[in-house]
Design a protein around this ligand. Structure first.
Ligand code: PHE
Length: 439
């Protein structure tokens, strides 16, 4: 992976898109976005979230692509190549820590989707009342052997794919599966919208009530935008190193960010009308999706079929994201600590499973890992990344990397101003504001 000459490249523009979208789209869109939005006021949260995606998400993603494609290295090698002898590589270490923490609770939730796939396939969700579905979730997410086994099965699947290298595999599957997931979510959204009482959910999601906005809400929106776009920890930089010089990085960053946001909003449209129609509280937190969606399936023609397909696709969406997370850790272990790739994979996944077990045992640890990585580590990583590209790297190099067909990119000026002046201050402001240092 660290050889420049034979570095693997994505096969096509669509392959690049599908893979980056495959990493971005996952539990963050379907599970995390609706519950965080639900806990943080709905519409007002959505507006702040979208503003962060446009103002910070796209420029940070573009900066990561620049770092990766310029250096042709993994995230550590990248900083060491572009800034030899300088401490910038610490950003990479932070990325590995973030990957560890995120993957440990992520695989627990992915484990729940395995349990739900089983429940859906064995017809155990049909005909249940909303209350019964709540009870089923409590049982599935409890500290039980089922949860532990599902976690291990999921980590094993992730490890087996990463162990053999990800290039062609992920690209091929992402191209096929992401469009399928999109189609299913659209179907669910349509069914949810046609439920009686749906309009209240739509109002909740789209009508901003700014009285709900506190500094905590803003930080959550920032964290969620980085989490959902897989930013701030080197995933997109690593992908950038596999993107051929012919591709337009700007176009890719915009398309990936918009598709990811579109899918999150669609998930919200599928979930909130149902939340209100079935009398569930939007603030139910981590269990929101797992109790509302089975309710919708019960109201759908062909609900059995769609529920099975949905959980299969959600599982795959989780897998394409977890692969990208594990890849960051494995690339570090194998390239920097000189372990073989399979050995690095097994050690990393063993350690992550152990942390995952801690998340199953304690919901406190679960939410600590979740909020610390998303709300602190990722935005901090993003801050360092824009500082690096905006202030450390030579302007000419950045400009060259963003050239399209030998011509300077039209958006270069705007991008450069944002990463130098706007993004760093915006992120700092949210942090300091949250700490109560500035109001
Ligand atoms: N973006 C993924 C999701 O929304 C999660 C993720 C976060 C993946 C950070 C890679 C890095 O599910």
């Amino acid at each position: 992976m660290n050889s420049n000459t034979h570095r693997e490249k994505f096969g096509s523009s669509f392959g690049v898109l599908a893979t980056a979208v495959g990493s971005a789209v996952g539990l963050g869109n379907v599970w995390r976005f609706p519950y965080i939005a639900g806990e943080n006021g709905g519409g007002a949260f959505l507006i702040i979230y979208i503003a962060f995606v446009l103002l910070l998400g796209i420029p940070v993603m573009l900066s990561e692509f620049v770092i990766g494609r310029k250096s042709q290295k993994n995230i550590f090698g990248a900083f060491r190549t572009l800034a030899p002898g300088k401490p910038w590589f610490t950003i990479g270490i932070m990325g590995v820590v973030a990957a560890f923490l995120i993957l440990s609770f992520y695989s627990v939730v992915a484990g729940w989707t395995i349990e739900y796939l089983y429940l859906a396939a064995s017809n155990s969700l049909t005909g249940k009342t909303p209350q019964a579905l709540q009870d089923i979730f409590s049982a599935s997410s409890a500290d039980s052997w089922y949860s532990i086994i599902s976690l291990i099965v999921f980590m094993l699947a992730t490890a087996l794919i990463v162990k053999t290298g990800i290039g062609k595999g992920i690209e091929k599957y992402s191209k096929l599966l992401m469009p399928m997931l999109l189609a299913i979510i659209i179907l669910l959204a349509i069914r949810s919208l046609t439920l009686e009482g749906a309009s209240e959910g739509i109002r909740f999601l789209f009508k901003p009530d700014f009285s709900k906005v506190t500094t905590g809400v803003v930080l959550q929106a920032l964290g969620q935008s980085f989490f959902s776009l897989s930013l701030g920890m080197g995933v997109m930089a690593t992908f950038g190193s596999y993107i051929s010089k012919k591709e337009s990085l700007g176009r890719t960053a915009v398309l990936v960010s918009l598709s990811d946001t579109f899918i999150a909003i669609l998930a919200g449209v599928a979930i909130f009308p149902a939340v209100f129609a079935f009398g569930i509280a939007p603030t139910e937190g981590t269990k929101l999706v797992f109790i509302t969606l089975p309710n919708i399936f019960n109201q759908m023609l062909g609900g059995y079929f769609f529920s099975v397909i949905f959980f299969i696709l959600l599982l795959i969406a989780a897998l394409t994201s977890s692969i990208s997370l594990l890849e960051v850790v494995v690339a570090y272990f194998s390239e920097e600590l000189h372990t073989s790739r399979p050995k690095a994979t097994w050690i990393a996944s063993g350690a992550i499973s152990a942390l995952g077990l801690a998340c199953i045992k304690s919901t406190k640890i679960f939410s600590l890992f979740d909020s610390f990585s998303s709300n602190i580590l990722l935005p901090l990583g993003g801050l360092c990344i824009v500082l690096f590209v905006g202030w450390y790297m030579k302007k000419q190099l950045v400009k060259q990397e963003l050239e399209e067909n030998g011509k300077p990119a039209l958006y270069f000026r705007a991008f450069y101003i944002i990463i130098r002046y706007v993004a760093p201050f915006a992120i700092l402001f949210v942090f300091l504001n949250q700490l109560g240092i500035i109001a």
